[in-house]
Design a protein around this ligand. Structure first.
Ligand code: PMP
Length: 421
């Protein structure tokens, strides 16, 4: 047995662990947009931990608020009981004020996975109240990511996850990303009266695939035509990632339910939220004869509430959101220019600081092994990033300074030159 086997994690493959790579890259410290490993090396973190440390590793406002709150009231008071923490009420009101009408109601969970599942349950809850018991099907996109475990895992169209989950959730059906004809055909084939909800990410995190222009409005219209709920999963795209609080709201297409997570506390505390419209709330949630069967022990933890409040305060004046739009555009511009001399860069896309760099060789798409080598080359160049399929995914903290954006591009292009040559 290897001593590192104590920690079971996907990315700790035998290669990294047995070569002693794990010790060298175990992260011990973070500051701003940078992480330091146990060997003292610094990296520019272009993945913001797991796409969530939006305000970086040294946000005093959050740390101070959480520390004070932990001394005052350290445990969650689940909303289902009659004694919600005062700070939960305060944060709910503040959060709802940021969301467009009619998304005027939130409940809190601990993870995005939990809340995408809760959104589907909420949709089913409305059906139960209406007596539409046959409406059980959910449509989602292949390649979409909505979380792991149970229902969330079944909503996720990612191949490996889906292979494990699909047999457990036969009512979830997937169509190819943004193929609206296929979506309409799926609605007809499954029977509109049998479908409770459609779930979409306005920009898919996997391979960073934005909805084509007008697609979200067409999906909204399709759902309206058939009385289907539209659930927007903005766990990744929300909270400033694209330079807006919500991509759906920015495009003026409002879902019946909106799932938020990740950047909601800038990663300082586990928190996710499910917002629902007045219609959903009035029809189901507010009915005293039903209790929505959902909620976990730590939901709405007071420390997460104050972290969430601090994030909203940091974003409130819009200065950071504006900078996200300009630094993101500058990174894309520089990478597109670099593509002229690095043909491995096939496409650069995204919005704000959610950027996909699709790689291709003349011989075809780089496979898993080659992508791992490319990530290693980036790491050797002092840059941490994620990749999905043959796309490098750049999601640095939103507080990335202009010089750091340039540095990011330089580190990335220098790494790509070494593997391309
Ligand atoms: N939805 C989307 C779009 C996500 O990117 C993620 C996380 N990567 C989730 C849901 C699940 O969130 P969590 O990991 O907090 O369960």
């Amino acid at each position: 047995r290897n001593e590192h086997d104590a920690l079971w994690h996907n990315s700790l493959t035998p290669r990294t662990v047995r070569d002693g790579g794990f010790d060298a890259t175990a992260v011990v410290h973070g500051k701003g947009c940078r992480l330091q490993d146990a060997a003292g090396n610094w990296y520019l973190d272009a993945r913001a931990a797991m796409w969530n440390t939006t305000l970086g590793y040294s946000c005093d406002r959050i740390v101070d608020a959480v520390t004070e709150q932990l001394r005052r009231l350290p445990v969650a008071q689940i909303i289902r009981y009659d004694e919600p923490a005062e700070v939960s009420l305060r944060y709910a009101r503040r959060l709802v004020a940021e969301l467009p009408d009619p998304l005027n109601h939130v409940r809190f969970g601990s993870t995005g996975s939990q809340m995408t599942s809760a959104a589907v349950l909420m949709s089913r809850f409305v059906r139960k109240v209406r007596g539409e018991t046959q409406r059980v099907k959910v449509l989602a996109f292949t390649n979409g990511y909505h979380g792991t475990g149970g229902l969330a895992g079944a909503l996720t169209g990612e191949r490996q996850m889906h292979a494990l989950q699909a047999p457990l959730a036969p009512e979830v059906h997937h169509v190819r990303p943004w193929d609206l004809e296929a979506l309409e055909r799926a609605v007809e084939r499954r029977g509109p009266e049998n479908i409770t909800a459609v779930i979409v990410e306005p920009i898919m995190g996997t391979d960073v695939v934005p909805a084509p222009e007008g697609a979200l409005a067409r999906i909204r219209e399709l759902c309206d035509r058939h009385g289907i709920h539209l659930i927007a999963d903005e766990v990744t795209t929300g909270f400033g990632r694209t330079g807006a609080m919500s991509v759906m709201a920015a495009q003026g297409v409002l879902p019946d339910m909106l799932v938020l997570g990740k950047g909601i506390t800038s990663g300082y505390f586990p928190l996710a939220a499910l917002a629902c419209s007045d219609a959903v709330f009035d029809e189901a949630v507010s009915r005293p004869e039903y209790t929505f069967p959902h909620g976990c022990t730590a939901d709405g933890h007071p420390a997460a509430m104050v972290a969430g409040l601090a994030v909203l305060e940091e974003l409130a004046d819009g200065v950071l959101l504006e900078r996200v739009r300009t630094t993101g555009a500058e990174i894309r511009r520089r990478l597109r220019a670099a593509a002229a001399e690095i043909p491995l860069i096939h496409d650069v896309r995204g919005e704000g600081l959610m950027i996909g760099v699709e790689l291709r060789r003349e011989s075809g798409r780089p496979g898993e092994r080659e992508m791992a080598r490319i990530r290693d080359a980036c790491k050797a160049a002092g840059l941490l990033l994620t990749s999905t399929n043959n796309t490098l995914v750049l999601m640095p903290p939103l507080v990335l300074a202009e010089e750091e954006a340039i540095e990011l591009v330089e580190r990335l292009t220098s790494a790509l030159r070494t593997v391309a040559g």
